[in-house]
Design a protein around this ligand. Structure first.
Ligand SMILES: NC(=O)c1ccc[n+]([C@@H]2O[C@H](COP(=O)([O-])OP(=O)(O)OC[C@H]3O[C@@H](n4cnc5c(N)ncnc54)[C@H](O)[C@@H]3O)[C@@H](O)[C@H]2O)c1
Ligand SMILES: [Zn+2]
Ligand SMILES: [Zn+2]
Length: 345
């Protein structure tokens, strides 16, 4: 089968690989129909993710059709159309029992990381009963690809952890796919103010279309002043960090209002200053989280009932044969205006 392989830092290739087979009774083999590329795949290609070794098939998002199941799989059978979660979960360990699937002792984020992933014709899914979701009949499968990772990430790590409330003010720093997913799902709670911050005017224009009440281009270094002005000098009740660099976390520290919450989503590779000399008396909360995908069944209902249009996030489409072009387009988002690229297999 064809598969996109991480060859080493800065190197990837479309290779011929053997089709995977069931290795444990709880495994399923899924024939991929659609997958996509995540910002995290670009992190891997830069060599930032030590757990992902050269030779790995990348990808942790997608939908497909069950091809084969292990003897212990009871929730799915060959022919079922399924959504693949980026998180594999046994459902039985202490963390899984607390719905902290991201920390499953025999799962978590392993797909396209420590085991082969979804940017291929077939993928082996461990703990299939708890890591796949049935696709409702008539659902738009392309839209559902947005549910493997980015919508649960924006919702769980940003909106839920950030305690977004009706009438509150929210700033989301980073208007990439994850920040935009937080923007879409924050609107479940009707915040009064939804301020999006980015360096890229195109992405801020997209944010406006997705429901942002205001946008701030922080290139001039004056984002704090702008946001303070917009909030009557108070700052925001929820500041969501959706970039993953020190500057954007520190911006969140500067704009959080007394009693507010900083919800970090970004993957950070370097240390960040915690300004307790300013924050110690402000009654704030700081949260961090790896997406658990515990909200996936709820988000499936939301997308199916068209409360949000997940397809808005899709800007480009490619065939698996042209996945290197898809990486090129996704990797140069400022020029190509790419958000999510769909790869048809
Ligand atoms: N916690 C989790 O479980 C989880 C899951 C998935 C992704 N992530 C992380 O979430 C982050 C966002 O993911 P994405 O796919 O949207 O990434 P992305 O790179 O597509 O988007 C980041 C956005 O931040 C903007 N940006 C960069 N520097 C900025 C600055 N100084 N000020 C303001 N904006 C700036 C960029 O223009 C871009 O639009 C990444 O760090 C990713 O690794 C975390
Ligand atoms: Zn991802
Ligand atoms: Zn578990």
């Amino acid at each position: 089968m064809k598969a996109l392989v991480y060859v080493g830092p800065g190197q990837k290739a479309l290779e011929d690989r053997p089709k995977p087979d069931v290795a444990a009774p709880t495994d399923a083999i899924v024939k991929i129909t659609r997958t996509t590329i995540c910002g995290t795949d670009l992190h891997i290609l830069k060599g930032d993710v030590a757990t992902c070794k050269p030779g790995r098939i990348l990808g942790h998002e997608g939908v497909g059709i069950v091809d084969k199941i292990g003897s212990a799989v009871t929730a799915f059978k060959p022919g079922d159309r399924v959504l693949i979660s980026c998180i594999s979960a046994c459902g039985k360990c202490d963390y899984c029992r607390r719905q902290m699937y991201s920390h499953c002792t025999t799962g978590g984020w392993i797909l396209g990381n420590s085991i082969d992933g979804t940017q291929a014709e077939f993928v082996r899914i461990p703990h299939a009963d708890n890591s796949l979701y049935p696709i409702p009949a008539g659902a738009d499968e392309e839209a559902l690809v947005m549910l493997s990772d980015i919508l649960p990430t924006g919702f769980e790590c940003g909106v839920l952890n950030g305690k977004v409330q009706p009438g509150n003010s929210v700033a989301i720093v980073g208007s990439g796919p994850i920040g935009l997913a937080a923007l879409l799902t924050a609107q479940f709670y009707s915040p009064a103010e939804l301020i999006m911050v980015d360096l890229d005017d195109n992405r801020l224009a997209v944010a406006k279309r997705f429901g942002a009440t205001a946008t701030v281009n922080s290139t001039d270094g004056k984002a704090v002043d702008a946001i303070m002005k917009m909030t009557g000098g108070r700052g925001v009740d929820t500041a969501i960090e959706a970039v993953g660099i020190p500057a954007t976390f520190e911006l969140c520290e500067q704009i959080v209002a007394p009693g507010g919450t900083i919800a970090n989503i970004g993957v950070h590779g370097t240390k960040v200053a915690l300004h307790l000399e300013r924050l110690w008396d402000r009654n704030i909360t700081i949260t961090t989280r790896l997406v658990d995908t515990a909200s996936t069944p709820m988000l499936l209902n939301i997308v199916r009932s068209k409360k949000i249009d997940a397809k808005l996030l899709i800007t480009h489409r490619f065939k698996l044969d042209n996945i290197l072009d898809a990486y090129e387009t996704f990797g140069h988002a400022a020029d190509t205006k790419a958000l999510k690229v769909i790869i048809e297999v």
